[in-house]
Design a binder for this molecule. Structure first.
Ligand code: WT7
Length: 572
């Protein structure tokens, strides 16, 4: 097979002449797709749900197919409109208003989506938390956002230190629990059953807030990336052109709504386009995933390299028992998509896997491979129409083709974050000369294809999940045996990177298998499983700069046997 030139398909977006399409495109035209253009007010929940529920041809179409080992449920647009109205009424009756932060900490379920849209319908800001978060991770996010309400399950409540969170006034419990009789607790099912199915939606401005997603940088606690309703323009258009959805598609995005892919493309993208959205609960296994594609007749599938690599290592044998012939389009995000994975996809699925590049901060896809574009495996593709991407040097000057530098996007674009919650200086630090600086290094070739090279900061990407070394280091040194810690990402064939921690021990502690395992478990229970170091190495000293900053770069060079570079700031 000629990997350089893989066959091109027709799609919603036919790039016969990409340059022309790129020149003519105008985001203002996308606004015309929606009902709000006349009033100037909007609500993304209306556009994603109610609009379809009010359309006689779509009202009874499945919006959601929820499928978990112990539960399968179909929810139509009309039903989702009603249940989200009910939850909006519950919120209103408890005083939740426009701008309030309401967080969700629960597994994917039909209740999650009713609650999520209920929050948006009252004009509040939703903060979805990944269900695997442990206490510290939950606490950091609720503290920083000053969330006043949390929706969770009785099982997850034990990881919520609510008595130490003064702003958190009310907790909605999804599931039976005696706690619902206590002050400050609300019984989801009971109140839903009593709530009206009609609700007067809160119309908001395009620039009003809708979502807070916490993500990690190389320093400090996780930061709240703030998105506004205007992002819908880009959610809608990219899902149409890149994910190529059509009205009768059955779409599946594997990401959890605790991560931005799970909201932008697990909720908004498909529903703004009125397509049936499959949500799969339960654990990952190749069998479960192929079965989901078969049983629900999935036609469009958006997932991540780490998942494709796991499927690849399960072999083509794993896919053979399943009929996945309805599948017609696949896309990927989160990490570099290896050319060998694309080659495997061509064999196993007879389809191309289309890489897309974007970030929590960008809110939606920016650089993509389109169904009707020639792909160069290993490249992230070309900028979406309306998006200006470039490579710039550290002074903010654009570089010519084939030169590596900062991958940058001309600001703003519709789905760009509008703030880092309560940290204006952090937000400002992303921008230089009118460019948004991604933190990734890349180059573009003469034909305008962008090629990812790596992260320029210390952020770790493990199985597509973004982990800040500072958070892991902070947790490590909370362990009684750990004196100092330095954390890096170490290349790994399946996970992209794994977390490796170097630690020094406090006086009186001896290195042993048991101790290292105890430390690992400590991080896992405190933060989350994906943030726990897979490798731990005890050192006599952790290299630091004279100002006391851990030199992760040096740790990494040692680990990989690379030249150590400039050591002038190293403290003796
Ligand atoms: C970082 C952003 C929003 C998607 C989920 C990740 C890396 C993302 C690609 C890609 C190579 C990629 C970058 C980026 N990344 N997509 N197609 N090829 N790297 O969002 O958690 O905010 O992480 O993920 O390093 O900066 P995130």
């Amino acid at each position: 097979m000629n990997m350089q030139r893989i066959e091109v398909k027709e799609g919603n977006f036919n790039l016969k002449d990409y340059q022309e399409a790129y020149k003519q495109f105008d985001w203002e035209d996308v606004k015309k797709e929606f009902s709000w253009s006349e009033t100037g007010k909007v609500n993304i929940a209306y556009e994603a749900v109610d609009r379809h529920a009010e359309n006689p041809n779509k009202a009874d179409q499945d919006a959601l197919i929820y499928s978990a080992p112990d539960r399968e449920e179909h929810v139509t647009f009309s039903q989702l409109k009603k249940s989200s109205n009910q939850f909006a009424n519950v919120l209103s009756s408890h005083g939740i208003e426009k701008g309030d932060r309401v967080f969700l900490f629960m597994p994917r379920s039909p209740e999650f989506y009713s609650a999520f849209f209920g929050i948006l319908k009252v004009g509040a800001i939703a903060g979805p938390l990944f269900e695997a978060f442990m206490e510290q991770a939950v606490r950091d996010r609720l503290e920083d956002s000053e969330a006043t309400m949390l929706i969770t399950t009785p099982e997850l409540l034990e990881r919520v230190p609510y008595s130490e969170l003064p702003h958190l006034k009310q907790i909605v419990l999804v599931g039976d629990d005696p706690k619902t009789n206590e002050e400050g607790f609300i019984d989801f099912h009971k109140e839903m059953s009593q709530a009206s199915e009609s609700f007067g939606i809160e119309w908001v401005d395009l620039e009003d807030g809708m979502l807070l997603h916490y993500t990690s940088g190389s320093t400090g606690k996780p930061k709240g990336v703030y998105h506004v309703h205007n992002a819908m323009l880009q959610h809608y258009q990219t899902t149409k052109w890149v994910l190529d959805v059509k009205e009768d598609d059955v779409y599946w995005c594997t990401a959890d709504p605790g991560w931005v892919t799970g909201t932008s493309y697990g909720i908004f993208g498909p529903w703004l386009n009125g397509v049936t959205n499959v949500i799969v609960g339960g654990r990952f296994s190749p069998e479960n995933w192929y079965k989901a594609i078969q049983d629900h007749g999935v036609t469009v599938w958006y997932s991540a390299p780490t998942a494709f690599r796991k499927l690849m290592s399960a072999g083509e044998e794993a896919v053979k028992p399943y009929d996945i012939s309805k599948l017609r389009h696949i896309a990927s995000v989160g990490e570099p998509l290896n050319p060998e994975v694309i080659a495997w996809g061509l064999d196993a699925f007879k389809l191309r896997i289309h890489d897309t590049w974007w970030m929590t901060e960008t809110g939606a896809q920016l650089i993509c491979n389109y169904p009707a574009m020639e792909m160069k495996p290993g490249s992230m593709g070309k900028p979406f129409p309306g998006i200006v991407a470039s490579i710039i040097d550290n002074e903010g000057n654009e570089l010519p083709p084939n030169q590596m530098g900062n991958l940058a996007i001309k600001a703003p674009w519709p789905s760009m974050m509008r703030a880092i919650w309560e940290r204006p200086e952090k937000f400002e630090s992303y921008f230089l000369n009118g460019w948004y600086i991604s933190g990734d290094s890349a180059y573009y070739d003469e034909e305008g294809y962008f090629w990812f090279q790596g992260r320029l900061d210390d952020v770790i990407n493990t199985s597509g999940e973004r982990v800040g070394p500072f958070e892991v280091e902070s947790k490590l040194i909370e362990h009684e045996a750990v004196a100092e810690a330095g954390v890096i990402g170490k290349p790994d064939p399946e996970r992209g990177e794994i977390i490796k921690a170097f630690i020094t021990l406090n006086e009186g502690y001896q290195e042993s298998e048991e101790l290292l395992e105890d430390i690992r478990q400590f991080v896992k229970k405190g933060l989350s499983a994906h943030a726990a170091p897979r490798e731990l190495e005890v050192k006599d000293k952790i290299p630091k700069t004279r100002s006391g900053k851990i030199m992760r770069r040096l740790l990494k060079s040692w680990e990989l046997g690379l030249p150590t570079g400039d050591l002038s700031t190293l403290d003796e």
